[in-house]
Design a protein around this ligand. Sequence first.
Ligand code: SAH
Length: 209
Amino acid sequence: MRLKQLESLLEDVEPFREPNNELEQYPTGAHLAACVLAEAHARGDVEGRVVADLGVGGGVLAIASLLAGARRVVGVDVDPGALELCRDNCDAFEPALRPTLRLGLGRDPSSLGGPPLRADTVVMNPPFGTRARGVDVRFLRCALGVARTAVYSLHKSSTRAYLERHALHVLRAASATVLAELRYELPRVYAHHRKDVVTIEVDLWRFEP
Ligand code: SAH
């Protein structure tokens, strides 16, 4: 599937109805989600693969993975409302898309809780750690335990040097590569945002466990 075609299908995915600020519920826009999946697809990490989306939210990355040919997708989130939204978003496709959804992560997202989960590839847009310090690297720790082949993850560009050191030396990732520098456009969804759109520079990373 072409990038533009994927992006236009993803435009229909509904964002959070009542975003929870503490959980950093910021949706990934259609363009950004399509870029993430295009990079992962080009490296052979999506088609025919089992993909996990940690912090699945409304499911845009999970849906993009299924549309891009993933064999199976598992989405995990701590918020039951997010899983419900994800289910509704998947049902809106024709034929309906069927990821496996499960409640998980939670207070310490470095471990999933519940039965173990293995996937070929993890794609995620984790909380950046602006509310709960360190939550981004805890998601990454979990992702490196889930993925057999690769983790694709978005992180604030300002954390690049720290994240590289942490991934390689603390989490013992085999590799940590920035694939693209992207712009994350946050719509004004929280009262503490003064501008209509806030742009954040983010890196798309590929880690190998
Ligand atoms: N993947 C979606 C949502 C990104 S927002 C998208 O790309 O649009 C981050 C998501 O992580 C939210 O759905 C939020 O509920 C979830 N989340 C935040 N903290 C979490 C935690 N500790 N455990 C599990 N999920 C968490």
